[in-house]
Ligand binder design. Structure first.
Ligand code: MSP
Length: 508
């Protein structure tokens, strides 16, 4: 059976979720739901990154102990996952006992293999990014991300990252799909080709982290501990658990482009050093910007996802996030764009089509799925387009092209809208000729079959609204496999009601 391990980054607990975070979680959820519908064995992991200096500082500012603060904030983040209807299987926290064990074992393996040595780190550190910054990369006294830097000088353990330049290049050469999108892959490869410096992997000036085994006074650099979460959740250090055997390395790590280096350079090197296989795919999305500036708490320009959800509904917001911007590229958020998209794609295209067809059937075709007559070439063409979605959508999901996934479904919905206008079932109904009535039933049947396909395929993106449409179509089997069996005629339908209301914008 196909196995898919889908992960979000674990979120820092120094603040509350904004639209950028919701984006990663929703994308991962869409992927997880899609693979489940194909019948694959799926594990979807998300959680929180409890450690590090940044979180410790946030706790201090809140006047709480790091433990109490992270206990409180972790719940807020978990609620975010629930509010966006993320179907995660495991919600991990890096303060869990099992995670300490996993991170410490990974460390011990690396140490035993000779990849860790003791020295002193003297250099720049960007607290906001929890990242070491090279002197040469500092622009106007700041990290390339714009984060302020501070000088750090402390005894530290180092990981021999430099030893992994060739293994990493060989790995990426042999696995061209391991990093997406292609532009990011090229960036990572040229970064590795530029030479890798050993990485400082412990901190000794504060203690909010996983203790380094055997070396009191040191805690692990937060990224080393954080990355390990992906295998903790599978049972590591035990590599013989059912989950580990099934899901490693069948992983798709989703994240924003700002943290690809940690995932595509450090993480595979750490795994190789400990004798484990690198992840199968690392996929980086772009940033949501607000007036062309990256949305971030420190800039103070964040969009509150919950306010959007309260105003427009969860599924419409999920749809907008997935459809509007090609996954991998940056996108500028604007409420007019959101409203435009919801009105055109959801209220007009899918909503109206469904409502028109179902209420027509309710009134004029005995409120049940009509029995079709002979199909015309136009009918066959439209039915074939719906049936072919299967391969197209599979290809889209294989590269996490969520926008294309939606676009392809909506192309067929557009065809169905053109078809209904051309076939005019309402005129057929008025005819005295019984042949026209049979034709009307055929047209309605074809339309309902297309709506069934669209709703079933759109489930990963809009799980609840598509559920309502499928309820109205009286469809119990909502799997992709079920689409291989043609829509059954003669099934009674409940009374339909509109699923996607039009958003009226009040002029201020
Ligand atoms: N804790 C680390 C991840 C460790 S994973 C082993 C971290 N956390 S984070 O909370 O800062 O960010 C989590 C995710 O949110 C990242 O994928 C990041 O790119 C994403 N986003 C944060 N702001 C964003 C936007 N403005 N737009 C899109 N995504 C952005 O990094």
């Amino acid at each position: 059976m196909t196995a898919r391990y889908i992960t979000t980054p674990i979120y820092y607990l120094n603040g509350t979720p904004h639209l950028g975070h919701v984006y990663t979680t929703v994308a991962a959820d869409v992927l997880a739901r899609y693979w489940r519908l194909t019948g694959a064995d799926v594990m979807f992991l998300t959680g929180t990154d409890d450690h590090g200096q940044k979180v410790a500082q946030a706790a201090h500012e809140a006047g709480e102990s790091p433990q109490a603060y992270t206990d409180r904030l972790s719940i807020v983040w978990r609620e975010m996952s629930d509010r966006v209807n993320a179907s995660y299987d495991v919600f991990i926290r890096t303060t869990e006992e099992r995670h300490y064990k996993a991170a410490q074992t990974l460390w011990e393996k690396l140490e035993a293999a000779g990849f860790i040595y003791r020295d002193v780190y003297a250099g720049w550190y960007a607290l906001r990014d929890e990242a070491y910054v090279e002197e040469a990369d500092i622009v106007d006294g700041k990290a390339p991300s714009g984060a302020p830097v501070v000088w750090v000088e402390e005894p530290s353990f180092f990981f021999k990252l430099s030893a992994f330049q060739k293994p990493l290049l060989d790995y990426y050469e042999a696995h061209p799909d391991a990093i997406g999108p292609v532009g990011r892959r090229n960036e990572v490869i040229s970064f590795i080709k530029g030479g890798l410096r050993d990485l400082s992997i412990s901190r000794s000036k504060f203690d909010w982290g996983v203790p380094v085994p055997g070396h009191p006074g040191h805690v692990m650099y937060v990224w080393i501990d954080a990355l390990t979460n992906y295998i903790t959740a599978l049972g590591y250090p035990d590599t013989h658990t059912e989950d580990f055997k099934k899901f490693w390395p069948e992983s798709i790590h989703l994240m924003g482009k700002d943290i690809i280096r940690f995932h595509a350079v450090y993480w595979p090197a750490l795994l190789m050093g400990a004798g484990l296989t690198p992840p199968k795919r690392i996929m980086a999305h772009g940033w949501w910007t607000n007036r062309n500036e990256k949305m971030s708490k420190s800039v103070g320009n964040v969009i509150d996802p919950f306010q959007l959800i309260d105003t427009y509904g969860l599924d419409p917001v999920r749809y907008f996030l997935m459809r509007e911007v090609p996954f991998g590229q940056d996108g500028d958020f604007s409420e007019p764009a959101l409203i435009g998209r919801l009105n055109s794609d959801l209220a007009n295209d899918l909503g109206n089509l469904t409502q028109r067809v179902l209420s027509f059937v309710h009134k004029n075709a005995g409120a049940c799925i009509p029995t079709p007559g002979e199909f015309t070439p136009e009918d066959r063409e439209l039915l074939a387009k719906a049936a072919h979605l299967h391969e197209t959508l599979h290809d889209d999901m294989a590269v996490q092209a969520f926008h294309a996934y939606c676009q392809h479904i909506w192309e067929v919905i557009g065809e169905a809208n053109r078809y209904v206008d051309a076939q005019k079932p309402w005129s057929l109904r008025k005819s005295e000729d019984p042949a026209d009535h049979t034709r009307m039933n055929t047209v309605l049947y074809v339309l309902m079959e297309v709506i069934r396909h669209a709703a079933i395929y759109a489930q990963p993106v809009m799980p609840s609204s598509t559920g309502t449409i499928l309820d109205q179509l009286a469809q119990a089997d909502r799997t992709f496999e079920g689409l291989k069996t043609p829509l059954k005629a003669g099934v009674f339908l409940p009374e339909p009601s509109p699923v996607f209301p039009r958003i009226e914008v009040r002029l201020r």
